[in-house]
Write a protein that binds this ligand. Structure first.
Ligand SMILES: Nc1ncnc2c1ncn2[C@@H]1O[C@H](COP(=O)(O)OP(=O)(O)OP(=O)(O)O)[C@@H](O)[C@H]1O
Length: 238
């Protein structure tokens, strides 16, 4: 499916000013300024280790910052994050989704019913009774998407959601993401520039933890870029 152009961006959801994030001596983010508004679809790109996952995890409240100011206007229950390797509980596919709903306050019976609706949406209803740990990589990502979707989040944060999938699964999961992103704010990390062009309205390029470019998607791919970002887009810097 094709994503509709984002409506005029709404109020700010996340505001970052001069953010520094460290893991011991490693500085994963340095002086990052970023504002993300409702309805935007922001792609985070950059070489391995440039800070994309760290930034997503900061937005999701999973990592503390060591400097700068971070404001989130999204209630914690209104955002969901998909990790590179989704976490699977040793339970049925249905219960993996239902548990997330139950934790959010649904009654168990309602949670199970809503889980089936969400699984149906990603084409997994037939596997609802299977142990989630026996799913293939593509099926796991679809399940994780159903789990995130079922929560009706305002914001979806995705960390390289199709990185480990074969081309068919990549296409399927990307279509589901496009569907899930409708009417929501999407922030995702990706090494797949085709996917960035298809899904994003805006591109943030990180290099060694610094934000080097931050442009509307068309300008990023067609306008002048800082040299390192230009080489990255040409595939000469990975
Ligand atoms: N738990 C951790 N402990 C120590 N260092 C970490 C940890 N997580 C990330 N880092 C370091 O922080 C920096 C940024 O890593 P991050 O995972 O955010 O990059 P990335 O852009 O998502 O990379 P990739 O494209 O490989 O997923 C890297 O130098 C990385 O080694």
């Amino acid at each position: 499916m094709t994503l509709q152009p984002a409506a005029t961006a709404g109020p700010p959801l996340f505001s970052l000013r001069g953010i520094v994030l460290r893991f011991g001596k490693v500085q994963a983010l340095t002086g990052v300024d970023l504002e993300i508004r409702a309805g935007e679809r922001v792609a985070l790109i950059g070489a391995n280790g440039s800070g994309k996952s760290s930034l997503l995890r900061l937005l999701h409240g999973l990592l503390p910052h060591a400097g700068g100011a971070f404001e989130s206007h999204v209630p914690p229950m209104s955002q969901a994050m998909l990790f590179q390797r989704p976490h699977m509980l040793r339970a049925s596919v249905r219960n993996n989704v239902a548990l997330a709903l139950w934790l959010k306050g649904s009654r168990w019976r309602d949670a199970q019913r809503e889980a089936i609706v969400a699984l149906d949406r990603v084409g997994l209803a037939e596997l609802a009774g299977r142990n989630a740990r026996t799913l293939s990589g593509g099926q796991q990502q679809r399940m994780a998407l159903a789990r995130a979707w079922a929560l009706h989040p305002e914001v979806l944060l995705l960390d390289e959601p199709t990185a480990s999938l074969d081309p068919t699964a990549k296409r399927d999961v990307e279509a589901l993401i496009a569907d899930a992103a409708q009417g929501r704010t999407l922030v995702f990390a990706s090494h797949n520039l085709g996917q960035v062009k298809r899904l994003a309205s805006r591109v943030v390029y990180l290099e060694h933890g610094r934000k080097v470019a931050d442009l509307p998607v068309h300008d990023f791919f067609h306008g002048p870029l800082p040299e390192e970002a230009r080489l990255f887009v040409k595939g000469e810097l990975v």
